[in-house]
Write a new protein. Structure first.
Ligand SMILES: *Cc1c(COP(=O)(O)O)cnc(C)c1O
Length: 242
């Protein structure tokens, strides 16, 4: 529990969200500076799976707008609790089941984990016509692990062409969750490969590389990330293994 007393946090043996956000922003700025990229050229998606709505509210108070959730059933009640914060931008970053696409199409601004045409078509059909186009990224299995979700790099161009035909979707770029090659070092080569894959998709105008998490987002920024997805460094360890 965190107790709020007139602008000061008393952290009862837990992590302070404010401290977490300050250090993530400091690290982001350092990595941008080191790579010669302009300030503000990376956006932070705060990943709040297993965290309560209060934690999201807390981060909103510190100016955070982009939030990422991995499980629809967990996200819906939090979105309901936060419905007065109309400027929150909701990102879905988890595996997509086809029977959940309607709610994803209605409740989220971004889908990072698109990896098949059938899901893209359902999201396109179910995106309400009064809403802006749904921003999507293709999730790429960039380091080729058999157990991972995501499209094979060699299949990305064909899927991108098909998504481009869907009027209610706006294809923004590529997303990946590469593993550390040795469990220690950042997956720099995989981040670079994702950037090169995006560049190879020209002339499709993509502006987004969604890559980098708590342990490796600085490396991802050095390789051109425009959206980083950071959870535990802001909110502390997750409540359960997910
Ligand atoms: C959980 C998750 C994150 C955030 O992970 P942290 O290590 O807590 O920063 C980012 N991306 C995806 C796809 C996730 O599932």
């Amino acid at each position: 529990m965190l107790f709020y007393f007139g602008g000061h946090y008393t952290a009862m043996g837990v992590h302070s969200i404010q401290q977490g956000m300050v250090s993530v922003h400091r690290m982001m700025n350092g990595a941008l500076d080191a790579s010669g990229r302009p300030p503000g050229s990376v956006s932070l998606v705060a990943v709040t799976k297993t965290q309560p709505a209060e934690a999201i509210m807390e981060a909103v108070r510190y100016g955070q707008l982009h939030f990422g959730e991995s499980y629809l059933q967990e996200a819906l009640p939090k979105q309901e609790a936060l419905k007065d914060h109309g400027d929150i931008i909701w990102h879905f970053i988890g595996p997509i089941q086809s029977n959940k696409t309607r709610q994803l199409a209605e409740r989220f601004h971004w889908i990072h984990s698109l990896d098949r045409l059938k899901i893209a078509e359902r999201l396109n059909d179910q995106r309400p016509s009064g809403m802006e186009r749904l921003n999507v990224c293709i999730q790429v299995n960039i380091s080729g692990e058999t157990s991972k979700s995501g499209v094979k790099p060699s299949d990305v161009a064909a899927l991108a062409d098909q998504i481009e035909q869907l009027p209610q979707l706006r294809l923004r770029g590529l997303m990946a969750v590469p593993q550390a090659p040795d469990g220690v070092h950042a997956p720099q080569a995989a981040f670079r490969a994702l950037r090169q894959l995006k560049e190879a998709l020209l002339p499709i105008p993509l502006d987004t590389l969604s890559m980098g998490m708590s342990l490796d987002f600085e490396s991802a920024i050095l390789e051109g990330a425009t959206l980083i997805r950071v959870g535990s460094l802001i909110f502390g360890a997750r409540q359960s293994a997910v």
